[in-house]
Design a protein around this ligand. Structure first.
Ligand code: C5P
Length: 409
């Protein structure tokens, strides 16, 4: 992907052991198409050399406000004017305090203060010891920075370089990359709660066996990510898949269709939009055995009988809503043929305003897909693309439709 194509990021490093992660972050930003100008404080240079960052970013690193390379000797003006964002990663507790007070006694803080507030956002990735992070002074500074318009990406939890364990680690480069990409996406779903089901379900035959299907969950996870990028609060109800939860998304793991139904009905109470991408098993064994069914050598095979699973989408779409207002429901149809006719019929049968068709064998397990949107007005093709790109387009279409319906949302 080239999600940061055309973006120029000033990457500021301050003093902290997490500087070692910034080398990887720099590479990751470049791989997504950004250009990166690194600015380092003197303390950052104690942890990683400017040469490393110069080699990775392919640009000389700046660290002095008196840098004679700039013809006007004003690197704080020149570097901040060309940036699409300034990302401070790692941001030390001390540097946060400096930002809060508008201190400007070295290049990086000077540049943050001198940046045009309305054009150059300040993104902050804190990194510090857990006690420093929990200290009221740091928490106060963070609240102040947020109210001054900075975007704070939060911290990770775990083992710290000092030997302690807790909150305060800088987020991993890939997590920060996801946050930066999300920051630049259009915010079409702010204030909305979006619920999405994803992946297969697993229906037990006995404690060690069951039936499932080949759904990878990738489309649903991409939709969850795209919705969160668009500013929604997102709950992702996932069947058994080994995919990383998108940043900022609340994940509820379920196993069977029955589990998925219960979790979905519960979360749907407060949701405004529901997108059902899960490949729910149509049937489950009627009487799952409590103990493993044993092969006894007689050649006799167990006689399995099945019952139909509840239709989660139809149940939720056709449930009366109370105080929480309308719920905009979107279904998916994975077909092997006659996509249009099947999708149209399924839209009516499920009672949903929008049905998204795709060809099952062409999407299961793949990183890309093609979609056919069917609603009461007609159809629209979304041509083959990565699942994330398609998810972003689908979210934009849903945002337009829910706004047009005046749904609160
Ligand atoms: O009926 P079919 O399985 O083809 O319908 C697909 C759509 O319905 C998908 O959106 C899927 O997530 C949803 N579905 C459901 N519960 C079921 C079966 C399908 O929510 N039991």
């Amino acid at each position: 992907m080239n999600d940061l194509a055309g973006k120029h990021i000033v990457l500021g490093l301050t003093g902290g052991i997490a500087c070692y992660k910034s080398a990887e972050l720099c590479r990751a930003l470049l791989k997504e198409g950004a250009t990166v100008q690194v600015v380092m404080t003197e303390a950052a240079e104690q942890f990683i050399t400017p040469i490393t960052l110069q080699a990775l970013s392919n640009r000389p690193v700046y660290s002095s406000q008196w840098d004679p390379r700039e013809p006007n000797n004003m690197p704080h003006i020149n570097l901040s004017r060309e940036a699409d964002a300034i990302l401070i990663a790692p941001c030390s507790a001390d540097f946060m305090a400096k930002l809060v007070h508008g201190r400007a006694d070295e290049l990086l803080s000077l540049m943050c203060l001198a940046r045009p507030l309305d054009k150059v956002p300040l993104l902050v990735a804190p990194a510090m010891n857990r006690e420093m992070w929990a200290h009221p002074a740091t928490q106060r500074n963070m609240a102040q920075l947020t109210s001054d318009g900075a975007m704070i990406f939060g911290v990770g939890t775990g083992d710290q370089a000092c030997g302690e364990t807790g909150d305060g680690r800088m987020l991993e480069p890939q997590e920060l990359l996801e946050e930066v990409i999300a920051f630049f996406q259009p915010k079409t779903l702010v204030g909305e709660h979006l619920l999405v089901t994803a992946g297969p379900t697993y229906e037990a035959i006995d404690p060690v066996r069951g039936i499932t299907n080949l759904s990878s969950g990738k489309m649903g996870f991409a939709i969850a990510r795209a919705a969160r990028e668009a500013g929604a609060e997102v709950t992702l109800i996932a069947g058994p898949v080994h995919l990383t939860t998108p940043r900022g998304v609340t994940r509820v793991n379920v196993t069977s269709a029955q589990n998925m139904l219960e979790a979905t009905v519960d979360c749907a109470q407060s949701a405004h939009i529901f997108i059902a991408t899960a490949a729910v098993a149509d049937w489950r064994p009627a009487n799952p055995a409590e103990q493993k069914i044993k092969k006894d050598g007689s050649g006799e095979v167990p006689a399995l009988t099945f019952v139909e699973n509840p239709d989660i989408l139809a149940t939720v779409a056709q449930s009366p809503r109370g105080q929480s207002g309308a719920l905009y429901c979107v279904g998916f149809a994975a077909e092997s043929q006659d996509l249009l006719a099947n999708a149209q019929a399924k839209r009516l049968r499920k009672g949903v305003p929008l049905l998204v068709g795709n060809i099952g064998p062409a999407t299961f397990g793949q990183d890309d897909n093609a979609l056919l949107l069917v609603d009461e007005l007609g159809t629209q093709d979304l041509a083959r693309d990565s699942k994330l790109a398609l998810a972003r387009k689908l979210i934009a279409k849903i945002a337009t439709r829910t706004r047009a319906k005046g749904q609160k949302v």
